[in-house]
Design a protein around this ligand. Structure first.
Ligand code: PHE
Length: 452
């Protein structure tokens, strides 16, 4: 495919918002709070931010370099910059894309159900009632499946409209509204009686509670939340233009993503403590705590509570949609460009595979718990394997490639946009990808397995 034929994001703002749209999603609002809760609170958050700053940002710049240089899907971009053998990172990325798409669309479907339930006023009740509602919904044999199908079809329709008209336009509109609404809900949550316990849970580290798995969980969460280590940002960077400042873009995206994660924590934990929901209750945390926030915080004006609940789930759905689009795009662009089939047909194949895997994931959580592998439900297994193994390994290999195998002038040229940007940060970046990132990621793995 010739360079000029490739689609591009239309503007600077479009690039940032579309990429941030991929990063910001259920990873921030659903996964970050429950991972924080399961890993002991503030100490996890600090380790998480260290991972973002020292490991994730350099990995993100590396993926941008590979994608913009490669001007192709993830597999081809890795092959172009590193040679045949390195294409394996791209292949791993496409496989990871399918796995994440599958369980991600299940949770996205839950958001759709919660929009409906909020409109119908079905979430109004005490914490026990809300918990029962969640459990009954998740284990119903058909409701979550219906939501999953609707969600995947919505994603499919945007994907076939193409990069600029579909992805970019959607992100530009949704991101700012989500941000404003989040701030409003944080304020409401922090004003609940007893909320201060939740705030100190988030900001006062208890180093005693740091177990050996916390480091890999924090690293995995950083990669998951920033869409790293699976070719997603390589694919998006192939739509960047030559003027994009890659370092600036990666810092901006990491900042936006971290801010939203912190806001999500500030929305969930004060409320969880106020209404007596345990912070380590896992994937159900957001879905059980929030309806209580809406009910209690706005008790004086029920109409406000009603509208805020609907808007919140609608925006979470949209945030999930922009992330799912980027996951889908990794797989679609691969099939389209490598198998020489139309984008349309590629998208149909991806949607069909995700539908089958997604249905199995959803059933494994509720109606058919016997759908298990290695002692975990399929849903948990896909979540665990992708974020704790495939993504950090993808990031590790990407850093090895750029730090040791790609000639330095090539990365410098891409980093500085052909010498037009000042390159004083290149030395720091190069030191981080060559030494710090591979050694730290390796260290975290060895620590996880008890070797160190
Ligand atoms: N970063 C997204 C989120 O936080 C999830 C995602 C992972 C998207 C990997 C694309 C690739 O919700």
């Amino acid at each position: 495919m010739k360079q000029t034929e490739r689609a591009n994001f239309g503007s600077k703002l479009g690039i940032i918002l579309a990429t941030a749209g991929s990063a910001v999603g259920l990873g921030n609002v659903w996964r970050f709070p429950y991972m924080t809760g399961q890993n002991g609170g503030a100490a996890f958050i600090l380790i998480y931010f260290a991972c973002v700053l020292i490991l994730a940002i350099p990995c993100m710049i590396s993926e941008f370099i590979i994608g913009r240089r490669g001007q192709a899907n993830a597999v081809r971009s890795f092959e172009k910059i590193g040679g045949r053998g390195w294409k394996i990172i791209g292949v791993m990325g496409v496989i990871t894309g399918f796995l994440i798409c599958s369980f991600y669309s299940v949770v996205s479907g839950w958001c759709l159900e919660y929009i409906y339930a909020s409109v119908a006023g079905q979430l109004e009740g005490n914490p026990d009632y809300v918990r029962t509602y969640y459990n009954a919904f998740v284990s119903s044999p058909w409701k979550p499946l219906l939501c999953l199908v609707v969600f995947l079809l919505m994603t499919h329709l945007i994907i076939v409209r193409g990069v600029e008209r579909g992805i970019e336009k959607a992100s530009k509109l949704m991101m700012p509204v989500l941000f404003v609404l989040l701030i409003g809900i944080v304020a409401a949550s922090c004003m609940l009686p007893g909320a201060s316990n939740g705030i100190s849970y988030m900001f006062k580290p208890d180093w005693q509670s740091v177990s050996s798995g916390v480091f890999l969980s924090a690293l995995g969460q950083a990669f998951f939340s920033l869409s790293l280590g699976m070719g997603c940002l390589v694919t998006y960077a192939s739509y960047f233009n030559r003027q994009t400042d890659l370092t600036k873009a990666s810092i901006q995206i990491a900042l936006i993503d971290s801010l939203i994660a912190i806001l999500a924590g500030l929305m969930i934990f004060p409320a969880a403590f106020a209404v007596g929901v345990s912070p380590d209750s896992g994937p159900s945390l957001v879905f059980i705590t929030l309806p209580n926030v809406f009910r209690e915080a706005f008790a004086a004006v029920p109409a406000v509570s009603y509208v805020v609940a609907i808007m919140f789930y609608a925006l979470l759905t949209l945030a999930a949609l922009t992330s799912l689009i980027s996951l889908h795009e990794v797989c679609t662009s691969y099939l389209h460009e490598e198998l020489h089939i139309s984008r349309h047909r590629g998208a149909i194949i991806v949607t069909a595979i995700c539908l089958v895997l997604g249905v199995l994931c959803s059933l494994s959580l509720g109606a058919y718990p016997e759908i298990q592998l290695f002692g975990m439900s399929l849903f948990d297994l896909f979540d665990y394997v992708t974020s704790q193994y495939l993504m950090p390994i993808g990031g590790f290999l990407t850093c090895l490639l750029l730090g040791w195998f790609v000639p330095k002038p090539i990365s410098r040229d891409e980093f500085t946009n052909g010498g037009t940007l000042r390159g004083q940060f290149f030395t720091i970046y190069f030191f981080l990808v060559r030494y710090v990132c591979p050694i730290a990621i390796l260290f975290i793995f060895l620590h996880q397995f008890g070797v160190l």
